[in-house]
Design a protein around this ligand. Structure first.
Ligand SMILES: *Cc1c(COP(=O)(O)O)cnc(C)c1O
Length: 399
């Protein structure tokens, strides 16, 4: 009898333990982004580089900034790069270099982060919002052509620039955008804040447009531990101009002011951290791809999983699924929440409807951006996710 009871207990215990473990796991939320775990994993690579900065004390434009600029340019296969203070300032410096200002139109997707539209407005120019592709969520070249013709017909604004945004980690339709920009003689800018590390037709993103801007905001695929950004270009003269603009428009010497610039420099400590993180960047991208594939496989047929841009590799900044409608999305978010899984909506409102921007919009409907904003939601996807956490995300969506 005694031994039987004992056996029963042995048989029961693992089951109980499993339940306790599952309960504990549910109580501990899955991190949407896990900078604690990332920082611990990379501590031994990052710390010596940061300490070196404290040794030489060149906190502004120290040697790490130049070293990072060289490595970023090599990684992207371009002539050079300029480290700047954020992805937003990178956009501003490129637009200042092109003389973007009042009476000019800058064409950009309605479905992107606010910074893309904010910068032309800061410079006095007008953003012209363009609709997106319903599958890839990237700017729609057909709608871009229509929007361009409408602006030209109206004759109030001079078209100057197209900003293609590589949304969520995937490339914008660069071949089409280049053709349109060349035909209309417009400057083509790649806002690659979300997608550095991704590639198109076997080439890393960074050389598709006249200039490419990056962000090192901590949640981006290559994120620092503070604000930071960079501009990539193949044009040596423009690179020199970006360098001047990021340091108050300085000339050959610091106290020669050639043009109106800004304080837009990348911090040396951030450059040191990014140099350490760049070492393991490819492995992180591979891990992101593995997780994306696991989600694809488990969620196909339940929601619309991300549609891959042909001949590309995503950097998987954001893994966004489409629900059938707003109610379906709310139900999935509830189910995830019950299992301790956070989700996010990028973006709940297209930019042409935003209070700050709608008065600059001509009022036309951009139906894809408007519908996608009601259906889209993002799942946690970062290299620190454990198998157990991935399973909990999948379980939450499957309901
Ligand atoms: C993050 C982001 C930016 C701005 O980058 P910051 O470094 O935060 O200034 C610009 N454009 C897009 C598409 C972004 O996702």
């Amino acid at each position: 009898m005694k031994s039987q009871t004992h056996l029963e207990q042995v048989g029961e215990k693992p089951e109980q333990e499993k339940q306790v473990q599952e309960k504990l796991a549910q109580e501990k939320p899955v991190p949407f982004l896990n900078l604690q775990a990332q920082q611990k994993r990379l501590h031994d690579q990052i710390w010596p580089r940061v300490q070196a900065v404290f040794q030489h004390c060149q906190f502004i434009l120290g040697p790490e900034v130049g070293e990072l600029e060289e490595k970023l340019a090599r990684y992207a296969g371009v002539k050079g790069s300029v480290g700047v203070s954020s992805g937003t300032d990178a956009l501003q410096i490129v637009m200042m270099a092109e003389g973007i200002g009042p009476g000019q139109a800058v064409f950009l997707p309605a479905f992107t982060y606010t910074a893309t539209a904010e910068v032309p407005l800061v410079l006095g120019a007008t953003p012209v919002f363009v609709d997106i592709d319903p599958h890839t969520f990237q700017i729609d070249p057909q709608n871009l052509k229509a929007r361009l013709q409408a602006v030209k017909r109206e004759g109030k604004l001079k078209p100057r620039m197209i900003v293609g945004v590589d949304l969520f980690g995937q490339p914008a339709p660069w071949d089409e955008l280049r053709t349109i920009a060349a035909a209309e003689k417009l400057f083509l800018l790649d806002d690659c804040a979300q997608s550095f590390g991704g590639s198109y037709k076997g080439k890393k993103l960074g050389s598709q447009a006249d200039a490419t801007t990056l962000s090192f905001f901590p949640s981006k695929p290559l994120g620092g531990y503070g604000d930071g950004g960079a501009i990539l270009s193949d044009d040596e003269e423009k690179l020199a101009l970006y360098r001047s603009l990021r340091s108050h428009g300085e000339g050959k010497t610091r106290y020669q002011v050639l043009r109106t610039g800004m304080n837009g420099r990348l911090d040396t400590i951030q450059a040191a951290i990014l140099l350490a993180k760049l070492e393991g960047f490819e492995a992180e991208l591979e891990r992101r791809e593995k997780i994306a594939q696991a989600y694809d496989k488990a969620l196909q047929g339940i929601v619309q999983t991300p549609v891959r841009v042909a001949e590309s590799q995503s950097a998987w900044a954001i893994y966004s699924i489409l629900a059938q409608n707003a109610q379906h999305r709310a139900a999935i978010q509830e189910s995830l929440k019950a299992g301790g899984v956070p989700s996010a909506i990028y973006y709940p409102m297209p930019l042409h409807h935003q209070p700050a921007y709608k008065s600059y919009h001509d009022g036309v409907s951009l139906p894809v951006s408007e519908t996608v904003a009601e259906q889209i939601m993002a799942l946690p996807l970062h290299p620190e996710l454990t198998e157990e956490e991935i399973a909990r995300v999948i379980k939450g969506v499957r309901g």
